[in-house]
Design a protein around this ligand. Structure first.
Ligand code: ZN
Length: 546
């Protein structure tokens, strides 16, 4: 690399490193570095093998990565025998502002993220979150988060704002208004358009509408990230739709939390991955993210109730459930979903995670609730129970309907990155029985899929958590451990790093992560939170300028 084609951030890093050396030579009293992480095995995020080096930090930047750096008066973190890697980046985080406060604003310390080594998250996936991107980021900033936060703008929220919960295509005027909302969100710093075509109201949008709005995100250098219309029997159609959005919208496109739901569909990841490979071969920038669990989680209503029954919102759904004819139709579709879809044929596979109207149900499967009531644990009885749950206010649930073979196959694919689908403060620590991904995702990949099962090398796993998601989101100053970049770092023990959160006992933090730095501030040291809040809000518009 010559000075002519160096990135400004790299040039700045070289200048910083030069100044640092000058200070050592000049025997100044000012410490050359603020922090020195010594003797670690550096895994830089590129996928290259580890090497032993010190990592020096000055201010919020990595100043040097080299063996035997002079510590001066710097604060020293001993990393002998440990891995030093770029902080992990979570591109699917439900940290959008929530009414219940289970988000980054309500939980700015983000302990469940920090204890997995996560230093940057992206909010508003699945088509959700606020369309007021600037206002959201201002609120996050005011909450002084411990980690960096960027956001998508969600298609479902945009459609909800302009069209409401109606199941019909947009008029030309509505489409223009949606374009304007997406454009404003991108101007205010969103990193792309997220879609939740599985959910209401995103589900009511035809492909053409999504392409039109994705095109706007692409004009700003953003990406499209999709919770696909179907992850079960029509998963191939959905992957092809996700590819089409990228191909015709002219922007990178990503299958988010890629999984194959329902026993009769298991194995189809062979075909979905081949479709991604074929798309890439013809020039479509299609990628994948994934969480390392064989169960998914969403609301009972979202997961099992047909979308047509939800048109018009909750009141209309309740009216339909009171009408005997439509109730029977909904009941039979819910039965089918338990039989072949998220229930994988057994009401024991659907476990309630949180029910505000009866907290005692959390942790019980539909089969267990039926047995508690001396009812047979059949699929039809479970469907009837689901409708009762919806009528009484709903629950979130966990669905054990994914195969380990598909999970591993998807994880191994070179374009797959790791993302949690959880959030800071979701769940509130100790409350309910939520999906363990909130506590364990990144540590689980390192402990189970690198160390125990050997599915990934350590270097490749780190790449899928740092450089790959940074590249995907277009962040040029993070995701790689290199002088001149922001000092987001994680130090962990590859021999002990582990997720402790289980489906039965999810409220357990990951272990084996000993230090986490965010923008040069030590957020976790010797396994303890320091109280530092080094996080920044990230804007696509700003990262473009660097
Ligand atoms: Zn989703």
């Amino acid at each position: 690399m010559t000075p002519m084609n160096m990135r400004p951030s790299v040039i700045f890093g070289v200048i910083v490193a030069a100044l640092v050396l000058l200070q050592i030579d000049g025997r100044t009293q000012i410490p050359a570095f603020d922090i020195l992480v010594r003797n670690g095995r550096v895994i830089d995020g590129s996928g290259n093998p580890w090497f032993v080096a010190d990592v020096a930090i000055r201010g919020d930047m990595i100043a040097a990565v080299a063996p035997r750096l002079e510590p001066g008066a710097a604060r020293v973190i001993d990393a002998r025998g440990l891995v030093v890697a770029p902080g992990f980046i979570d591109v699917h985080s439900h940290s959008e502002a929530r009414e219940d406060g289970q988000d980054i604003i309500g939980n700015p310390a983000a302990e469940n993220n920090v204890r997995q080594g996560v230093t940057t998250i992206f909010a508003s996936p699945d088509g959700g979150g606020s369309v007021e991107v600037g206002a959201y980021l201002a609120k996050v900033s005011a909450a002084r988060p411990a980690i960096n936060v960027g956001t998508f703008i969600g298609h479902g929220s945009v459609r909800g704002l302009v069209i409401g919960q109606a199941n019909r295509p947009a008029t030309p005027e509505e489409l223009q208004r949606m374009r304007d909302v997406v454009r404003k969100g991108m101007q205010e710093g969103a990193f792309g358009l997220s879609t939740g075509l599985f959910y209401v109201p995103g589900n009511y949008a035809p492909l053409e509408e999504v392409i039109e709005l994705a095109r706007i995100a692409g004009e700003f250098g953003g990406i499209h990230q999709s919770h696909m219309r179907d992850e079960t029997s029509r998963v191939l159609d959905s992957v092809s739709e996700t590819i089409a959005i990228g191909e015709h919208g002219g922007l990178p496109t990503q299958v988010t939390h890629h999984k194959i739901i329902g026993k009769s569909n298991w194995g189809r990841s062979v075909e979905t991955l081949r479709m991604i490979d074929e798309a890439r071969a013809r020039g479509v920038d299609a990628t994948i993210d994934q969480y390392p669990y064989t169960a998914s989680s969403t609301s009972i209503q979202g997961g099992l109730v047909p979308q047509w029954a939800q048109e018009g919102g909750r009141d209309r759904l309740l009216e339909r459930l009171k009408d005997e004819g439509s109730r029977q139709k909904i009941l039979s579709e819910v039965s089918k979903a338990i039989e072949t879809d998220r229930g994988a044929g057994d009401p024991g596979n659907v476990v309630l995670a949180a029910c505000n109207w009866d907290p005692s149900l959390a942790g019980k499967s539909l089969a267990q609730v039926l047995r508690d009531r001396s009812r047979p644990a059949t699929v039809d009885q479970a469907a009837d129970l689901v409708l009762e749950i919806v009528q009484r206010g709903g629950c979130s649930a966990i669905y054990h309907a994914i195969s380990e073979d598909d999970l591993v196959r998807i994880m191994k694919h070179p374009v797959t990155m790791i993302a949690s689908d959880a959030s800071p403060g979701i769940p509130t620590f100790g409350k309910d029985v939520p999906h363990p991904r909130a506590y364990g995702t990144f540590a689980r990949v390192l402990g189970v899929y690198v160390r125990e099962k050997g599915v990934l090398t350590l270097e490749d796993a780190v790449r899928k958590m740092s450089a790959l998601p940074a590249q995907r989101m277009g962040i040029v100053d993070r995701g790689v451990l290199r002088p001149g970049l922001k000092a987001d770092l994680v130090v962990f023990d590859p021999a002990t790093v582990t997720d402790r959160a289980t489906f039965e006992r999810p409220h357990q933090y990951a272990e084996g992560i000993s230090a986490v730095l965010v923008n040069g501030q030590v957020v976790l040291e010797a396994g303890k939170l320091t109280g530092a809040r080094g996080g920044k809000t990230l804007r696509k518009t700003e990262s473009e300028k660097k």
